[in-house]
Design a protein around this ligand. Sequence first.
Ligand SMILES: Cc1cc2nc3c(=O)[nH]c(=O)nc-3n(C[C@H](O)[C@H](O)[C@H](O)COP(=O)(O)OP(=O)(O)OC[C@H]3O[C@@H](n4cnc5c(N)ncnc54)[C@H](O)[C@@H]3O)c2cc1C
Length: 499
Amino acid sequence: MAKELPATAKAVVIGGGIVGCSTAYHLAKLGWTDTVLLERKKLTSGTTFHAAGLVGQLRSNANITELLGYSVDLYNRLEEETGLATGWKMNGGLRLACNDSRWEEVKRQATTAQSFGLEMQLLSPSEARDLWPIMSVEDVVGAAFLPTDGQANPSDITQALAKGARMAGASIFEDTNVTDIRVKNGKIKGIQTDKGFIECEIVVCCAGQWTRQFAGRFGVNVPLVPVQHQYLITEFIKDLPRNIPTLRDPDRLTYYKEEVGGLVMGGYEPNPILWAEDGIPEDFHFSLLQSDFDHFEPMMELALGRVPALETAGIKELVNGPESFTPDGNFILGEAPELKNFFVGAGFNAFGIASGGGAGMVVAEWVAKGEPPYDIWAADIRRFGKPHFDNDWIKKRTVEAYGKHYSMAWPHEEHKSGRPFRTSPLYEKLKAAGACFGEKLGWERPNWIADIEAGEVPEETYSFGRQNWIDAVAGICRPDRSDVIREISPDRARCCGGA
Ligand SMILES: Cc1cc2nc3c(=O)[nH]c(=O)nc-3n(C[C@H](O)[C@H](O)[C@H](O)COP(=O)(O)OP(=O)(O)OC[C@H]3O[C@@H](n4cnc5c(N)ncnc54)[C@H](O)[C@@H]3O)c2cc1C
């Protein structure tokens, strides 16, 4: 006989993808055994079942990297703990650099990684080729190798998390659609499902691409949009070692992993295609989208230059699945500022399998202890504000962020799309005076003023070294500082170069 829904729960988790299962697992481990997870169809039937399964840890934000490192620690022990196979293989991850700037970025990342204990080795092109013998390295300047990266079977690892959650005391109900949240005087009273009502005060919404629409009904803004993402699966490739590391080739926008003797190859095209802009079809579960070979062709061209064997490899399938992407490429965690006790874990930008373990841990701690275990502002739902409710802005900015998935992460880089969004009455005057604008919470703010009379262009040229705004900013600061110092001490002003 099917188990009946309980009348009450301490926390209800909505969504049985990797993030919901991981959140329930961690809540139960924290002693919140009265946690209930509800999945409208079957576990993994949303986006999780069709992920490629690469688990990388390196991100430009150190705290996100720490969260990803936690996932790896968890995946290392999950199979033994639950007795369920996870497909986890710690075969390492290679990241290629094909120009000097990228190499500089990789070296900087290696320094950051080491500062928080993540091993990352720098390799020459031929050392990288020793690890990945079927690739061409003609254009490679150097590579990074992360020995603790790996790959997993997304469905299996999710089922293992679900089992671990049950073993720790949580309850999981499939085929149970959450249809409403009862809120009274700004407080959550319970959730309504198609199988009955559960009284509860805390809801954790891990509903993947369904999250924006669902949360929006209760005034909660979760800025994400489903975007089509594709990867190719090849037939068996001769001479492909089974223990080959995962490979990321950001200058060619592509990634790879070994799968049953063939390759999985996916990419982040600069012109992504949004999906379900008018709402997700009701019966969308264990579903894929139509393969779009024309759209994938530029990725294939780039990949052929790296892996010539793809020219003759048989193609099994071109998987096209929708995934939630966000305007800044980071996921969305934490308590919604609009509704107390409504927590979110969504918007995983095609690294939800890699993040799932850590994201579930962070959200569970946030729920149970009132705060995340460490600074996770880069993924905090509160980083978004009023302007980010706007659907049009979210779509434009998300398309830009998707296209930048593998682009260089320059210091102080500004987004270009959806601007200007909010301007002050001084905007036009500042623009005419040569202002180069940056954006904060939708507001255009002058970062620096170019000397347009001298032919200077108010545009930033990004670099890890001295950037082109330094002289303009110094030009403004220097006289001011000298003036102030002159006021205080005429002698010091001379030392500092003041007149
Ligand atoms: C083609 C492709 C390749 C990818 N490759 C990788 C990869 O290599 N590595 C990686 O880390 N990530 C990858 N990803 C991303 C990864 O698949 C996702 O980030 C991850 O699966 C998101 O998990 P989730 O739990 O947030 O969402 P989902 O798996 O979508 O789970 C959300 C669940 O919520 C349920 N739900 C929604 N509304 C309700 C409701 N009202 N009531 C009850 N249940 C509800 C849904 O049915 C669904 O099962 C890839 C994605 C795609 C599309």
